[in-house]
Design a binder for this molecule. Sequence first.
Ligand code: DGU
Ligand code: CA
Ligand code: CA
Ligand code: CA
Length: 195
Amino acid sequence: CGTSGAQTTVNATIRVTSGTYDGGCQRFNAGSALGDGSQSEGQLPVFRVENGATLRNIVIGTNGADGIHTYNGAVLDNIYWMNVGEDAMTIKSSGTTTVRNIEGYDADDKFFQINAASTLNVSNCIIHRAGKVLRQNGGTTFQINVSVDRCDINDMGEGVFRTDSSSSTARLTNSRLHDAGTVCIGPWSSCTQSG
Ligand code: DGU
Ligand code: CA
Ligand code: CA
Ligand code: CA
């Protein structure tokens, strides 16, 4: 998807509860009812994807609000964030979230925010300008298992992976980093970079 697709304003979170929602590379801009894309907490997501459903071919425009939330697992494929809002994607409840073929810019703080014990597998991504690629919710000690493969990570203010949990694991493989800060921040049970 490029950034020149048809534009639509989203005034109520689009909920994807089964099957595949294919955005056809339209550009979805959050309306003010969802938030302003700043660092204020409590903004609403543009999309909420649940129960293993797939969200595909989406551009999130210059108001990203709270991005995409996943519940009980989800697949996100070919997503482009022109200007990440409060964060790009949040795992809200347990399950496996698979993210592939994504590109995102200008997350002031977090790109991926993980708020539940879960697995996140990311492949083929470009993340430019963020505080960090991933944050397990501050102060939480549940276990997450994260893999990031074949990504291009540029201009992180702080680093790549951050947790406060000594049971969580993270793996970064086959990726290119430039000004990406510290790869592993916090007491990860295991956190590795290879390839
Ligand atoms: O603990 O949960 O920043 O999901 C406080 C809150 C806060 C979250 C998180 C998020 O950490 O709102 O964006
Ligand atoms: Ca936040
Ligand atoms: Ca931003
Ligand atoms: Ca958020």
